[in-house]
Write a protein that binds this ligand. Structure first.
Ligand code: ATP
Length: 457
C-alpha cells in the first residue's frame, strides 16, 4: 500500500464522496435544490447518530453533574426579545442593483460578484451596491389559522434559550445545585445568506449545547475546564490534535452576552474555522428572562442561606460541522496493487458501519454461512451484509464509508468455520473462528485507538 499525499482532502472530494455513497446530498434536488440545505442518507444518519451519542456520553454518561432536556423549537416570542436576538441577531447585507444579488457586507472580499465570478462584489464598474442594512437571521412564522391575525413566532436560532426558560423547572426536580449543567441536542434555524461550504453553514442545523450554571466567582475556572474538556473530546473522536486549536475571541468579536469566548477551530480544507464556541455568558440570560417574565431565576442555597443568579458557561457545538471535520480528517487516498483507493479512516466509534460481512462468491453455500455470521453479529454491532459484485469492489465500497472491518467467508470457512477479518487501515487479514468473532471484533473496536493518519505521520 502506498500513501498518495500528505493531505489529499478537498471540500469537492468530500462533497462528491458523500453524494456517491449517499451520506449527505442536496435537499429538494428534483426541484433543483434549495440554498444551503442538505439531506442525510442511511450512512449519514448513522454517522450523525454516532456524533450525537458521543456527545451525550461525554455530557451525561461520563459525568453526573449534567441533566438532559429537549425543549420546543417554537418558544414564546418574548424569548427572543429578552435574549437580544430580535434586536441584535443580524448580519449586515448589501444588495447589488445591477445583478439583483444579496451579499454579506462583511464578507465581500470572499464572495464572487453575480456578473463576473472572477471579481468580488463592488469591484466591477457595473456593480451598484446599496448601503449595508442589518438583516435578522431568525425565520419567522405565524401561530393561528389566519396569518394576519396570528402571533408572529420564530424558529429558534439556538437551542440555548429553551434551557434558560426551563432553568427553574429543571432546578425543581433535578436535585442538582450549581455547579451543574443542562444539555440539549436539537435543530436550530438561521437564515444564512453566505454560501455554505457544504454542511459547514446551513439554514437548519443540529446543535449540541450545554449550559453549565455555576456560582459567579467560579465562572472563569469552569470556563477553562470546559475549554480543555471540549478540545479533548474531538481528539478522543480521532481528530488529529494538530488540526485542532482554541482561538480566543477578540474584544470586538464577542457576542453581546459574553465576557469571554473561545472557539474550537478545525483546519478544514477552507482554512481554520469554528467547530464549537465556548462562552462565558455571565448572568446575562437568566437576568434578562427574569426581567421579561417576572419569574425569579436564581439559586437559593438552603445550607448557606446564600441567594444568587448563577453564571453560565456554554459549550455550543454543531453536529454538521463535527461530521464535516471528522470526514475531512479521516479522508485518505492510497494505492493498492496499482489501483487508487479512497478511504475514510474514521474512528470506529464514529464509523456508520462497524463490520461488513461478505461471502467471497455467491455460491457453494458461502452466502448461507455469511448470513449466519451476519445474524450473529448484527444484534451487537452495526453490521452490513453485501454479496453483490466482485470482492474488490465491495471492499472499496466499505473503505469509502469508513467500515473498520470486513469479514469474508470463503471456501475454507465451510471446511473449518474460520473467516478472514480485514483491517481497513492496515489492510492486514487474519483468520478468526466464527464462534470467536463477536468477542474478537468487540475487543478490536473497543481498543484504544489513534488516528491512523497520525500514526503514519
Ligand atoms: P459562525 O460565526 O460560523 O456563523 P456562530 O459563532 O454564529 O458561527 P454559534 O452561535 O456559536 O455559531 O453556534 C454554535 C455552533 O453551532 C457553531 O460553532 C457551529 O458548530 C454551529 N452552527 C452555527 N451556525 C451554523 C450554521 N448556519 N450551519 C451549521 N452549523 C452552525
Amino acid at each position: 500500500m502506498r500513501r498518495m499525499a500528505a493531505d489529499a482532502v478537498t471540500m469537492d472530494k468530500i462533497v462528491a464522496l458523500c453524494k456517491r455513497r449517499g451520506l449527505i446530498f442536496p435537499a429538494s434536488e428534483i426541484y433543483g435544490g434549495i440554498a444551503n440545505t442538505y439531506d442525510y442518507g442511511h450512512y449519514g444518519v448513522l454517522l450523525k447518530r454516532n456524533v450525537i451519542d458521543a456527545w451525550w456520553q461525554a455530557m451525561i454518561g461520563d459525568r453526573t453533574d449534567i441533566v438532559a432536556l429537549d425543549s420546543a423549537i417554537i418558544q414564546h416570542p418574548r424569548t427572543w426579545e429578552a435574549s437580544g436576538h430580535l434586536a441584535g441577531f443580524t448580519d449586515p447585507l448589501v444588495d447589488c442593483k445591477t445583478c439583483g444579488q444579496r451579499f454579506r457586507a462583511d464578507h465581500l472580499g470572499e464572495l464572487a460578484c453575480g456578473r463576473k465570478p472572477s471579481k468580488h462584489p463592488g469591484e466591477t464598474p457595473e456593480c451598484d451596491l446599496t448601503e449595508a442594512r442589518e438583516f435578522n437571521l431568525m425565520f419567522e412564522t405565524t401561530i393561528g389559522p389566519v396569518k394576519e391575525a396570528g402571533a408572529t413566532v420564530y424558529l429558534r436560532p439556538e437551542t440555548a434559550q429553551g434551557i434558560f426558560l426551563d432553568f427553574k423547572t429543571v432546578l425543581g426536580f433535578a436535585r442538582k445545585k450549581p455547579p451543574f449543567g443542562i444539555a440539549q441536542v436539537g435543530k436550530s434555524f438561521r437564515n444564512e445568506i453566505t454560501p455554505g461550504n457544504f454542511v459547514f453553514r446551513t439554514l437548519e442545523f443540529e446543535q449540541m449545547e450545554m449550559e453549565f450554571f455555576v456560582p459567579p466567582d467560579k465562572a472563569q475556572q469552569w470556563h477553562e475546564h470546559w475549554l480543555k474538556e471540549r478540545l479533548d473530546w474531538y481528539v478522543r473522536l480521532g481528530i488529529r490534535p494538530d488540526y485542532l486549536k482554541l482561538r480566543p475571541h477578540d474584544a470586538d468579536e464577542l457576542s453581546h452576552y459574553s465576557s469571554a469566548t473561545s472557539d474550537v477551530e478545525y483546519l478544514y480544507p477552507i482554512g481554520w474555522s469554528e467547530l464549537e464556541g465556548i462562552a462565558n455568558r455571565g448572568d446575562f440570560d437568566l437576568t434578562q428572562h427574569a426581567k421579561f417574565s417576572g419569574e425569579k431565576l436564581e439559586y437559593f442555597d438552603t445550607a448557606s442561606g446564600e441567594r444568587y443568579v448563577p453564571h453560565v458557561v456554554e459549550p455550543a457545538a454543531g453536529v454538521g460541522r463535527t461530521m464535516l471535520a471528522a470526514l475531512c480528517d479521516a479522508y485518505d487516498e492510497d494505492e493498492i496493487g496499482g489501483e487508487q483507493r479512497t478511504v475514510l479512516k474514521l474512528h470506529p466509534r464514529l464509523a456508520p458501519i462497524k463490520v461488513a460481512v461478505l461471502p467471497l462468491v455467491r455460491k457453494d453455500g458461502q452466502p448461507e454461512l455469511a448470513r449466519e455470521v451476519f445474524d450473529s453479529l448484527r444484534g451487537q454491532l452495526q453490521a452490513e451484509y453485501d454479496e453483490g459484485g466482485t470482492i474488490g469492489r465491495r471492499y472499496r465500497r466499505q473503505d469509502e464509508i469508513g467500515t473498520p472491518y470486513c469479514v469474508t467467508i470463503d471456501h475454507q470457512s465451510l471446511e473449518d468455520r474460520t473467516v478472514t477479518v480485514r483491517d481497513r487501515d492496515t489492510l492486514e487479514q487474519d483468520r478468526v473462528p466464527i464462534d470467536d468473532l463477536p468477542a474478537t471484533l468487540g475487543a478490536r473496536l473497543a481498543s484504544p485507538w489513534e488516528s491512523p493518519k497520525l500514526a503514519a505521520a
